[in-house]
Design a protein around this ligand. Structure first.
Ligand code: PLP
Ligand code: COI
Length: 359
């Protein structure tokens, strides 16, 4: 079911960035955004693409007080055949709805949501950057918007999508990142909201992230919230380790975000004949493999981070080096093959890359 989308174009388009090497991540926004309102007695209504700008919001709105907010992250790519493409967009829509269900926010029709994304990307297609490694990042978000202070599942909500031309998420590009394993704060526990992509998970992560950055690390690696023993995920990516030729990645226990890049990497690795174990993986097991020279490679996966090699791990006052702080051969292959599918440079045997329009 498609929503009836009205389009109001800007009369004051912004200049597009000329130096794509300086895009960074999420600093510049396109000319238009999508907005749609929800009321329990009406369903979703007033679907509209409007000029990008502030969203007037009631000061008592649920989102300000109780953090009822979920989001997604996906990218539109300028492909080799001149088309603009999305990567597995239905997976993002389904995860958005899973997150919505956890936070008692209204869900969105899958076909309708894909149509919203397509119409917005098509309108903003000239904003999809051209240089290698760049894309148009889409940030769909959905929040509770009841104008009163009672703590209840909401009756009013807003769904919005904004777009940002981006380069690499990490300033280091494809060079290995340094990660600090966090042993004090926790991000999520089973039964909580860890598997949902909600703003509150990220708010809870900021203190540890700040401490890690002050020590020179890019991000935090979270341990499970109960025993502080099992590896979960990194701030903005899932993690994978190559040990004795096999791949190990933390299982989706409920406190880990079910990453779409994770899922795709697992499917690619299995199609290449690798054994991929999704299981509980303790920090002792990781350091045992590291100290005995059995840890061959470690990397993170995510929409923003793509495939990021991990070069250093910090834990309990000590720093360890992985793969001589160089990108390992399997990490490189994964990066190359995944990005070749995303940018339409290679066969797409899985049908992951979905055409939106001509560029
Ligand atoms: N884990 C966290 C906490 C994230 O923020 C992200 C990014 O979206 C991921 C994992 C990777 O998920 P995906 O591959 O769907 O982008
Ligand atoms: C993404 O990879 O899309 C993310 O959402 C990660 C981060 C920027 C929060």
């Amino acid at each position: 079911m498609k929503y009836d989308i009205s389009i109001t174009k800007t009369t004051n388009p912004a200049a597009r960035p000329t130096d794509e090497s300086k895009l960074g991540f999420g600093k510049i926004f396109t000319d238009h955004m999508f907005l749609m309102d929800y009321a329990a007695d009406r369903g979703w209504y007033n679907a509209r693409i409007v000029p990008f700008g502030p969203i007037p919001t009631h000061p008592a709105s649920t989102v300000f007080h109780y953090g009822a907010e979920i989001f997604e992250g996906m990218k539109a790519y300028r492909a080799a055949d001149g088309t603009i493409r999305l990567f597995r967009p239905l997976e993002n829509v389904r995860r958005l709805n899973q997150s919505a269900e956890r936070l008692c926010l209204p869900t969105i029709d899958e076909e309708g949501c894909l149509d919203i994304l397509n119409q917005l990307v098509e309108l903003e297609r000239d904003w999809v950057p051209h240089s290698e490694g760049t894309s148009l990042y889409l940030r769909p978000f959905l929040y509770g918007n009841d104008p009163h202070l009672g703590v209840h599942a909401v009756s009013n909500a807003v769904f919005a999508v904004i777009c940002s031309p981006v380069g690499a998420y990490y300033a280091t590009g494809l060079n290995p990142v340094s990660i600090a394993i966090e042993s004090e704060d926790v991000r999520a526990v089973r039964g909580g909201t860890g598997y949902a992509k909600c703003g509150g998970n990220y708010a809870a992560s900021l203190r540890a992230g700040k401490r890690a950055e002050e020590k020179g690390y890019n991000q935090v690696l979270w341990l499970d919230g109960v025993e502080r023993k099992y590896i979960e995920e990194v701030g903005a990516m899932n993690v994978m380790f190559k040990i004795d030729g096999k791949i190990v990645t933390p299982a989706l226990t409920g406190s880990v975000l079910p990453g779409i890049t994770r899922k795709s990497a697992i499917e690619l690795l299995r199609s290449w004949g690798y054994d991929v174990e999704e299981r509980l993986f303790s920090v002792e097991e990781l350091f045992d493999a590291l100290e005995n020279g059995r840890l061959e490679e470690a990397w993170g996966t995510g929409t923003a981070a793509v495939v990021s090699p991990i070069g250093h791990l910090f834990y309990n006052g000590k720093e360890y080096t992985v793969s001589d702080n160089k990108i390992g051969p399997l990490t490189q292959r994964l990066y190359d093959e995944l990005t070749a599918i995303q940018w339409g440079r290679a066969e797409d045997p899985f049908g992951w890359s979905v055409k939106v329009c001509h560029g």
